[in-house]
Design a protein around this ligand. Structure first.
Ligand code: NAP
Length: 244
């Protein structure tokens, strides 16, 4: 396991699913994770379970993103790792998609990534050090899913954003990378129902859905000192799905 002792890490959407898995693995590696989400009741409960701090945060609110990062810096003096992970994946076919449906997804998944990364970069630039890891998806860049055109656009958009941001901050000792998960068994994915989960499982060469910790270990690597020469890159974690 990579050594992240004492590293201060903010994980958006850290109260469930992939984000919770990331928080668990970062903690095991010695980091100090701070989880965030919208639902404060659940957030506090999960924070107690993981023995970490919780900050309520809606990433689609730019001021809230800045305030959350400021709060962390005030309390911990720094922010070493940002996991921009919060995201939603509702289904809408284009024919029936309203502009509100489109904006809802893009505002959280893509604009929310911009807001939170921008806030973190302001702090990391002063520190001359930082690690940013964005949870994107294989959906969008590698494959499409019917009913997910807004989601696909947001996830591919995150990757374009990530590559340009990585260039802008490469000289500042800040790396910015993205993970592209395949199907990961989370609360969000479970909402698709058992039939869909079975169908997803059948598409995966390793014959199992990924776990949130599978993504956590990849985050841990990208956040480590050993990964300091990697920036603007993506790592696919999908049990071989995209090569089959
Ligand atoms: P999940 O189980 O539904 O959890 C989503 C998390 O995001 C929750 O902590 C939720 O907090 C938080 N969240 C939702 N809206 C938010 C907002 N506006 N501001 C801040 N936090 C918000 O989802 P997941 O499956 O773990 O997915 C996490 C990320 O992985 C997403 O970006 C998703 O696109 C990506 N991903 C997932 C899969 C998969 O198979 N699961 C595959 C590829 C990529 P509350 O509960 O408090 O709202």
């Amino acid at each position: 396991m990579f050594n992240l002792t004492g590293k201060i890490a903010l994980i958006s959407g850290g109260t469930k699913g992939i984000g919770k898995g990331i928080a668990k693995v970062l903690k095991k590696s010695g980091a100090i994770p701070i989880i965030s989400g919208i639902n404060s009741i659940n957030g506090q409960k999960v924070a107690e379970e993981l023995e970490v701090d919780f900050i309520p945060l809606d990433v689609s609110n730019q001021i809230a993103c800045k305030n959350a990062v400021d709060h962390i810096v005030k309390k911990y003096s720094r922010l070493d790792i940002l996991c921009s992970n919060a995201g939603i994946f509702p289904q809408h076919h284009i024919k029936k998609m309203t502009v509100e449906d489109w904006d809802y997804v893009l505002n959280i998944n893509l604009k929310g990534t911009f807001f939170l990364v921008q806030s973190a970069l302001n702090v990391m630039e002063k520190q001359n050090n930082g690690r940013i890891i964005i949870t994107s998806s294989i959906t969008g860049e590698k494959l499409g899913i019917s009913g997910s055109s807004h989601y696909s656009a947001s996830k591919a958009g995150q990757l374009g954003f990530m590559r340009s941001a990585a260039l802008e901050y490469a000289e500042k000792n800040i790396t910015i990378n993205a993970i592209m998960p395949g199907y990961i068994l989370t609360e969000g994915l479970q909402e698709f129902g058992d039939d869909y989960l079975k169908q997803f499982r059948n598409e995966i060469p390793t014959c199992r859905l990924g776990t949130p910790e599978d993504i956590g270990y990849t985050v841990c690597f990208l956040a480590s000192n050993e990964a300091k020469y990697i920036t603007g890159q993506t790592i696919i974690v999908d049990g071989g799905m995209t090569i089959s």
